[in-house]
Design a protein around this ligand. Structure first.
Ligand code: MSP
Length: 517
């Protein structure tokens, strides 16, 4: 495992309020960052806001304020949502910051010096919502409307500087072929490969009719295309000095993005980096999109899932849990509140929470709160141990593949096996006997339950950090200083004799939706 780990979210447009799509990527990155930190890596987790471009200029104008005012207001909204969602990022970059703008100019100046930028004339279609050029063929196929927000495409005709992207076509294809993990999931990689194989054109990278952005270093009458400006954030945020392209965190280990912005990250960005002789990120992972109660989310329908509202109803940790648990990362999914309720009740209240409260209650009742010492176990214990021993490996495999739902499943399997073990061994019956053999057996069972609960909690901690903190108020466990998660997940770290403390229910049951309404 490398010493450092650098993970990024897309930087979000600040023309609007954050919704579930933004929260989703950011939560995924936070869970990954927390997991990697727990594994002992020096993590750098970057997020931020993308503040330039046509869309921002238009939104500000419509509101009668300056783009900077709009950016200040909305960038702050993203920050406060991240604080609310318990997102522990290391840096938050805004593209309107001088540290970003000066470095973008330095990178672009280098591209100019290297002869990768030339003056030309752009004529064609533009999707303002996506800040994306659209080819004649695509425009026609989309009936000259945005594929995403269905607004009419805009026709541009103006002088522009171009990036010689076509020159990097073969190198990009070779890189993708040699690094099967570079673009994930695989189906997305195949899409990119076939599109690039068919054609890779030079890219218009400046505008004369827009001033809200970074100026071209060689020609201040031109503003750098917002996507070129934005992509550079991944480097400008970690650059060691003004001239320094990279720091010890580069190359990024993973750029986490949504499927709609894959072309920018898997094609344009690597070509720019190749032109600058900067190593490419190790992985670009495109996740799927959410619908809301079966419908596409749109401004017209006004049905964007609002993270503030959902966390008010269900709590921050249930929301964090649900979005990563419900849908395999990479696939589209539907956000349905009845599904939030049933999943959280079945998996968190009835399984994980129930395991903790049964365990703590029984140790309190039968051993005065002191964790009993275990004796040699039998087949019942072996079944729990098998799940427990598999946990660290399953967790690592799932997290390496960014399959968050599988990481959760690994913990749930252990919780389920342990709850079943309690049902099968019926410690409450054994507790009625004073016979020394039965006491010893009871001690073994409850120690096994406490250990299994500790492991379940550890594995779920990156997903629900605040709730799992509360587990440690009930179960007496503090990891040894500097001990990494895989070691903490070894069996037998709870000390017999240490005291449990009864506490509040971890996950109160949610009212089924119909009754709640
Ligand atoms: N500013 C660009 C990114 C620049 S990165 C150098 C941008 N911003 S955005 O605010 O429009 O979108 C950010 C992310 O939200 C994208 O990854 C996009 O896929 C994601 N989502 C937008 N709607 C979504 C859903 N309905 N579901 C899941 N994610 C969605 O693009």
């Amino acid at each position: 495992m490398s010493e450092t780990f650098y993970v990024t979210t897309p930087i979000y447009y600040v023309n609007d309020r954050p919704h579930i799509g933004h929260a989703y990527t950011t939560i995924a990155c936070d869970v990954l960052a927390r997991y990697r930190r727990a594994c002992g890596q020096d993590v750098h987790f970057l997020t931020g806001t993308d503040e330039h471009g046509q869309k921002m200029a238009e939104s500000a104008q419509a509101k009668g304020i300056t783009p900077r005012q709009l950016a200040d207001e909305n960038s702050a909204q993203f920050r406060s949502l991240w604080e609310h969602l318990n997102i522990r990022y290391d840096d938050f970059i805004r593209t309107s910051e001088p540290r970003h703008e000066t470095r973008v100019q330095a990178y672009v100046a280098r591209l100019v010096e290297r002869g990768d930028i030339y003056a030309g004339h752009y004529e064609g279609w533009y999707d303002v919502g996506q800040e994306e050029f659209v080819s004649e063929m695509e425009a026609k196929a989309q009936e000259y409307k945005s594929a995403v927000n269905k607004k009419p495409l805009v026709r541009y005709q103006e002088p522009s500087y171009f990036f010689r992207m076509s020159a990097y076509r073969q190198r990009l294809l070779d890189h993708i072929a040699a690094h099967p993990d570079f673009i994930q999931p695989e189906a997305r990689r195949n899409e990119v490969v076939s599109k690039v194989t068919a054609e890779l054109r030079d890219l218009s990278i400046s505008r004369q009719t827009l001033t809200w952005g970074v100026q071209m270093p060689n020609d201040p009458t031109h503003t750098i295309y917002v996507w070129i400006d934005a992509l550079f954030n991944y480097c400008t945020a970690v650059a060691a000095g003004e001239k320094e392209a990279v720091s010890r965190f580069w190359p990024a280990d993973v750029h986490m993005i949504g499927k709609d912005i894959l072309w920018f990250h898997a094609v344009i960005w690597p070509c720019v980096l190749m032109a600058l002789d900067v190593p490419l990120p190790r992985k670009v992972f495109a996740h799927g999109w959410w619908t809301s109660e079966g419908e596409k989310m749109s401004k017209t329908l006004g049905n964007f899932v609002d993270p503030w509202e959902m966390t008010r109803k269900y709590g921050v940790d249930r929301f964090r849990y649900f979005v990563l648990r419900e849908v395999p990362f990479g696939v589209d999914g539907d956000f349905s509140e009845s599904q939030v309720v049933s999943r959280c009740n079945a998996e968190l209240a009835n399984n994980v929470g129930n395991l903790l409260s049964r365990t703590v209650n029984m140790i309190t009742r039968y051993f005065d709160g002191a964790i009993p010492a275990p004796a040699a176990g039998g087949p019942g214990e072996a079944a729990v141990r098998a799940e427990a021993d598999a946990l660290a490996g399953r967790l690592a495999e799932a997290m390496d593949a960014l399959q968050f739902h599988k990481a959760v499943e690994a913990s749930l399997l252990l919780a389920t096996a342990t709850n079943k073990y309690i049902d099968d061994t019926a410690p409450f019956k054994l507790a009625k006997s004073d016979a020394p053999a039965d006491r010893e057996r009871l001690g073994t069972i409850l120690y096994t339950c406490a250990e299994a609960t500790r492991l379940v909690a550890l594995a779920l901690a990156p997903f629900m950090p605040a709730t799992i903190e509360r587990v440690w108020c009930q179960l007496p466990y503090t990891p040894a200083a500097g001990e990494t998660l895989p070691r903490q997940l070894a069996w037998g770290k709870l000390s017999p004799g240490a005291k449990v403390t009864k506490g509040d229910v971890l996950f109160p049951r949610l009212e089924p939706l119909e009754e709640a309404r």
